[in-house]
Design a protein around this ligand. Structure first.
Ligand code: NCD
Ligand code: ZN
Length: 346
């Protein structure tokens, strides 16, 4: 709900969830977890650890480490995911889903992104898995980029849709698919036109930056993530998708912290750490688009509806009250470090 004034000073909404998060492990987990917990009631936790989360017992152990790292009194539910490999056993996936350990399976094309070396080398190799997911109703979360080095890096999402995703949806129309961190006009077009089993998450940073941000006055490693930001027309398409009221699009930050030394490097890691200001950035985008009335659906309703989970019953408030994003969080430089943000989560 948004107050009726033209420039509201407060936004009140159901507590939101983050449907795509990298929480990492060990010291980094302890460093970054409080920022996600502060903003979100639940989060889909990505399984791209080293080694990746490929078994039910690894997922349970990781969930325990997350719970142990929670700030005292925190009310937060980590939703675990299973990292698909060529060799994974469909019975193991079904067992973990039935036991409520993991809620979705993540498809990383091998070598598409950070810690994806064990990912799927060819979707045809996991056909049995995909059929099983469709049968048991477990969602498939997709990193939607081809890894073919012949394909231009800015075209990899569009080519993935054409070569892999569209044929998969035709083969298994009942399979629930989330095109994670969609970045292109082609991506949102595919999702919008597909059946109700297909949805997408949209990050805060892809709503804010286009590919120019990577090269503004010099090389900007903290603006580098995968899928990489695209041209302005794609950013505008993402904004229309996020704020347009379709239930197929929902919040997933893809907050992905790396130590600054690993990003400010001759071969810098992909990943943008947005957790300190993610919800506030989304609020800014919805305000700029004149769509604050649709903010709650994107942040707090469409995701749980797609996953078949209850909506959160408590509420949060954002107040128009400028503050600055911290310059650093431990070893990590956050997105928009040191910059002023208009909305503050109270
Ligand atoms: C993610 C990471 O660092 O784990 N990086 C990123 O740029 N988004 C992996 C991923 O989601 O692609
Ligand atoms: Zn991610």
């Amino acid at each position: 709900m948004v107050s009726e004034t033209l420039t509201p000073t407060e936004i009140s909404l159901r507590r939101p969830d983050d449907w795509h998060v990298h929480l990492r492990d060990g010291d980094m987990l302890r460093e970054v977890l409080p920022w996600t917990v502060r903003q979100f009631a639940r989060a889909i936790v990505m399984p791209n650890l080293v080694p990746p989360v490929t078994t039910v017992s690894l997922a349970e152990a990781y969930r325990e480490r997350i719970r142990a790292a929670l700030p005292p009194g925190a009310d937060f539910t980590p939703l675990m995911t299973c990292y698909l490999t060529d060799a994974i056993d469909p019975d193991e996936i079904e067992r973990g889903y039935g036991a409520g350990v993991w809620v979705a399976a993540k498809l990383y094309p091998a070598r598409a992104t950070t810690n994806s070396a064990f990912g799927v080398t060819d979707i045809r190799r996991i056909e049995r898995i995909l059929e099983r997911l469709a049968r048991i109703g477990m969602p498939l979360l997709v990193h939607g980029e081809v890894t073919d080095p012949e394909v231009d890096v800015f075209d990899r999402e569009a080519v993935f849709i054409e070569r892999v995703l569209a044929p998969l949806h035709r083969r298994l129309p009942e399979l629930k698919i989330v095109l994670e961190h969609v970045t292109t006009e082609e991506g949102v077009g595919f999702v919008a036109a597909a059946g109700p089993s297909v949805a997408a998450t949209i990050t805060a940073h892809h709503l804010l930056i286009n590919r120019n941000a990577l090269f503004a006055g010099g090389l900007r490693p903290h603006m580098y993530c995968l899928p990489v930001a695209k041209r302005e027309k794609h950013r505008l398409a993402l904004r229309r998708a996020a704020t347009g009221g379709s239930p197929k699009f929902f919040l997933g930050t893809d907050t992905a912290p790396h130590p600054s030394a690993d990003k400010e490097s001759a071969c810098g890691c992909a990943g943008i750490f947005t957790a300190p200001a993610a919800l506030e950035i989304y609020a800014r985008v919805f305000e700029e688009e004149g769509a604050l009335g649709r903010f709650e659906a994107f942040a707090s309703v469409n995701g749980p509806r797609f996953y078949g989970m209850p909506l959160n019953e408590t509420r949060v408030t954002l107040r128009r009250e400028p503050w600055r994003v911290p310059e650093r969080v431990g070893s990590v430089v956050p997105f928009l470090a040191g910059e002023e943000i208009a909305w503050r989560l109270v």
